[in-house]
Design a protein around this ligand. Sequence first.
Ligand SMILES: *Cc1c(COP(=O)(O)O)cnc(C)c1O
Length: 344
Amino acid sequence: MIDLRSDTVTKPTEAMRQAAFEAEVGDDVYEEDPTVTRLEATAAEMLGKEAALFVTSGTQGNQIAVLTHCQPGNEIVMEENAHLFVYEGAAISAFAGVQPRTIRGKRGAMAPDDVRGAIRSEDIHFPETGLICLENTHNKAGGVVVPLENMQEIYEVAREHGIPVHLDGARLFNASVASGVSLKRYAAQTDTVQVCLSKGLGAPVGSIIAGSSEFIQRARKWRKRLGGGLRQVGMIAAPGLIALTEMIDRLKEDHDHAKRLADGLANGRGLVLEEQVDTNMVLVNVKEAGHDADSFLAALEEEGIKAVKYGPYTIRFVTNYGVASKDIDTVTERIHNRFGTVSS
Ligand SMILES: *Cc1c(COP(=O)(O)O)cnc(C)c1O
C-alpha cells in the first residue's frame, strides 16, 4: 500500500523514538518539564513570538486560541473552506459560543475588502467581531500558499478595527519552504499562530500555539480547562523538538514529489488537476474518467494506493516522507495502466 491520504500518517523517525526514550521530564502542569520548556522556547523563537504553548493537536490549538481571543456571542471572520469551519466539528460554537462569518476566498486567500466588509459595526443587533482567522497553507484549497502580501493587508484591516488575527498554520512550514518567506515573517502578520508538529514534520503528537506572553498565559489556563494539561509530557515533546530542528528542510522533497505526481496524473485519461500544486497536495477531478470520488478511491485501493475524497468528484493525494521517489513512479504507472493515458 502506498499511503497518500495525508501527511498525518507519517510515523516518528528513529531519532524521534530515541529522543522520546531519553527525554528529561518533569510535571509540565507545574511548568517543570525541561523538554517541553525547551520545545516551547524553540518554537517561540522560530516564530518570532514572545511565548509558545505545546498542545495536543492542531484542533486543540485552534480552539484554545478562539477561547482565549473571544467572548461568547462573538463572530469570527474566516475563509469559507477554513479548517476551523469545515473540519473541527463546529467546536467554535460548541465550546466558545461564537459563530463563524465565512468569506469565499481565491486559492484560500480572502480579499482584504471582503474582510473589511464583514467586520461588524457597533449596533445592538449585531454580534461583535472577535477574531479574524487565516490559514496557510490552505488545506481545502489544495495545500496552496496564501501570499504574504494578502496576510499583511488583512492584518492592516484588523488593526484599524482593533481585532486580533489568528493564523491556522498547521502547514506553515510547507508554505515557508515553498515560498522562501520565513516563518517569522508570516507570523508577524498575525497576533497568534498554531503550527502542527505531527503532519509533514513527522512528530507523533502535538501542535504549538504562539503569541504574546500575556496571551499564552491565558491560553495555558484554557488548555488546563480542556483537560490538556499533561504531566511528564517531555516524552512526546522531544520528538517535536526534532521535528522543528531537523525535519523542515526536507519538506521540499515532498513538494517535488507532489509536482511530479501531478504531472503524471495530468497525463491520466479523464483526470483533471483542480489546482496548481504549491506544496505537498494534489487535487484531482475524476468525473471525466467516468468515476465519482468513491468509485475512484475503490479502484485505487485495488491498485494498492490510498488517497482521500475531497468532494463528490475530487480526490486529494498528499505526499509525505513515508512516500519515496520510486513510489511516485509506481503510483503514476498503476494509475496509467488502470485508467489509460491521454495519448493512449
Ligand atoms: C490538520 C489541520 C488542523 C488540525 O490538526 P489536528 O492535529 O488534526 O487536530 C488544523 N488546521 C489545518 C489547516 C489542518 O490541516
